[in-house]
Design a protein around this ligand. Structure first.
Ligand SMILES: *[C@@H]1O[C@H](CO)[C@@H](O)[C@H](O)[C@H]1NC(C)=O
Ligand SMILES: *[C@@H]1O[C@H](CO)[C@@H](O)[C@H](O)[C@H]1NC(C)=O
Length: 252
């Protein structure tokens, strides 16, 4: 990898409720007890995530989480130089649909070490937004503005996360995100670019190249896909965790 990396993400404040608002976790949903065995604890986490999914789709004000399906991102700027891909892009009005249709295939949580390992599968995600781009993919020049739509299928995500305890100003123990790493493999993709006439030739060429070689392009772009997804996930996790106390997440 050469050059520098820059990634800016704006996550809309879906709700500006204060930390002291009443309902944090959705009604009827609790944390998991650390007195469970490791297997029972893992199962408890899977069950809680499943129960929370319909709430997460709409957004959870008490946890400061915006709606996750569709997930709306007002803006995203990427400035990266890889060997085969140099890209400067501003993307706005991003909307991703389908992520809540995930399955957790493997999970291992250690509530004492605050570590989490998880394999997630998403069958189908649709993304759209408006872009301005400058750069190069292999020998192809990327240049222009327009609107894009993309369908991505068979997405495997490997999550590795570590939390750490922190005591806030009022003496309350919380869990903070220490590390969060994602490995993502997008199985297949198809995109459509719509561009004003002066940019139509380069947009058509980029669309044709992607759709003829989705595997190649997705592999080349995977560090950028992973960093972008990790930045967004981390921002969401930081928000959610800052609204809960450690004792609300890990029951004694
Ligand atoms: C992205 O936005 C910034 C700030 O408005 C601008 O300076 C830059 O030229 C834009 N990048 C592209 C690729 O259009
Ligand atoms: C994405 O999938 C939908 C539903 O199958 C289809 O209507 C649409 O044309 C596809 N879009 C792209 C960019 O392939």
């Amino acid at each position: 990898m050469i050059g520098y990396a820059r990634l800016l993400v704006a996550i809309l404040l879906g709700c500006s409720l204060s930390r002291t608002s009443f309902a944090k976790l959705p009604d009827g949903i609790t944390g998991c007890s650390i007195s469970l065995s490791r297997n029972e604890f893992n199962q408890c986490v899977v069950d809680k995530v499943r129960e929370m999914t319909p709430h997460m789709m709409k957004g959870i004000p008490g946890m400061r989480l915006p709606a996750l399906d569709p997930f709306v991102l007002p803006s995203l700027s990427i400035d990266r130089s890889l060997d085969q891909l140099v890209i400067k892009t501003n993307i706005t009005n991003i909307q991703a649909t389908g992520a809540s249709n995930y399955a957790i295939n493997e999970i291992d949580v250690d509530p004492r070490a605050l570590t989490l390992g998880m394999k997630i599968h998403m069958p189908f995600v649709q993304v759209r937004g408006n872009y301005e781009v400058r750069g190069r993919l292999l020998l192809l020049v990327l240049n222009g503005v327009g609107a894009f739509k993309g369908n991505f299928s068979n997405i495997d995500v490997l999550v590795r996360a570590k939390g750490k305890e922190a005591v806030d100003k009022s003496g309350v123990t919380r869990v903070e995100v220490d590390k969060l790493q994602l490995k993502i493999r997008v199985g297949h993709g198809n995109i459509r670019l719509k561009s004003p006439p002066q940019h139509a030739v380069t947009a058509d060429a980029a669309q044709a190249f992607f759709n003829a070689n989705p595997r190649l392009v997705l592999d080349i772009a995977s560090p950028i896909i992973e960093d972008t997804a990790a930045t967004i996930s981390r921002a969401l996790a930081v928000r959610a965790l800052s609204s809960l106390t450690k004792d609300e997440i890990l029951l004694k």
